[in-house]
Design a protein around this ligand. Structure first.
Ligand code: DX5
Ligand code: ZN
Length: 211
């Protein structure tokens, strides 16, 4: 079964409860939380997301995407009963192995995200410590960007080499690219603008997933 994870990066934070409610009522599997530290990427969203508020409002599990340097110092803040995944970046400064272990030690699934211009094979050394790879299909830093087409091949190569990991794709994902991503081996689709701006989230999810 292919999962969908809705990014709330560009949602209306003045009406967060209502926004989360829309997701609660939808068939999405996860809420994707984009944490940026102003160092690994220019934007800073650390104060934007309150785990207390989010866990009060949400009935979906969280898929936390840390776009930060030294992730080992950030992970603790996102450990929550609703957190299913915490992902860090391959390109982050800091200790990747220690960070992945810290996530798993807290009974949370570990993810490793890779930027569009990093070599896929650079991930392989960490694969035993990883439950999910996030293949970035835009340069991390903001929502609403255009999907980078060589992601299709990157997903295919990864799936050819690893049968059992979760492969998530993040950035510019919608019904125009989802079908090819799925046939190339993606198992989770992250979508922000395409789903949150649609009039009917469930119809849009259906369009993304239909064969
Ligand atoms: C980009 C983020 C993505 C993004 C998704 O840095 O990691 O999660 O916000 O939003 P869309 O689907 O609008 O690209
Ligand atoms: Zn993300």
């Amino acid at each position: 079964m292919i999962k969908t994870s809705i990014s709330i990066l560009d949602c209306d934070f003045n009406n967060l409860e209502e926004e989360i409610n829309k997701i609660n009522l939808s068939n999405a599997d996860l809420i994707h939380i984009d944490i940026m530290d102003g160092s690994f990427v220019k934007n800073n969203t650390i104060d934007k997301f309150s785990m207390d508020n989010l866990s009060n409002y949400s009935n979906k599990k969280f898929d936390v995407h840390l776009m930060v340097d030294n992730p080992e110092n950030h992970i603790g803040k996102y450990i929550n009963p609703l957190t299913e995944f915490i992902s860090i970046h391959l390109e982050s400064k800091g200790d990747i192995i220690k960070s992945l272990n810290k996530i798993r030690d807290n009974n949370i699934k570990s993810g490793l995200a890779i930027n569009p211009d990093s070599k896929i094979s650079d991930l392989y050394q960490y694969i035993d410590l990883v439950d999910m790879v996030i293949v970035m299909s835009v340069y991390p830093g903001k929502g609403g960007q255009k999907f980078i087409k060589n992601t299709f091949d990157r997903v295919k190569i990864l799936r050819k080499n690893f049968n059992n990991i979760d492969i998530s794709v993040d950035g510019g994902v919608g019904s125009s690219n989802s079908h090819k991503l799925i046939s190339n081996g993606a198992s989770t689709l992250v979508s922000g603008s395409f789903l949150m701006k649609s009039d009917n989230i469930n119809n849009s999810i259906k369009n993304m997933l239909k064969e």
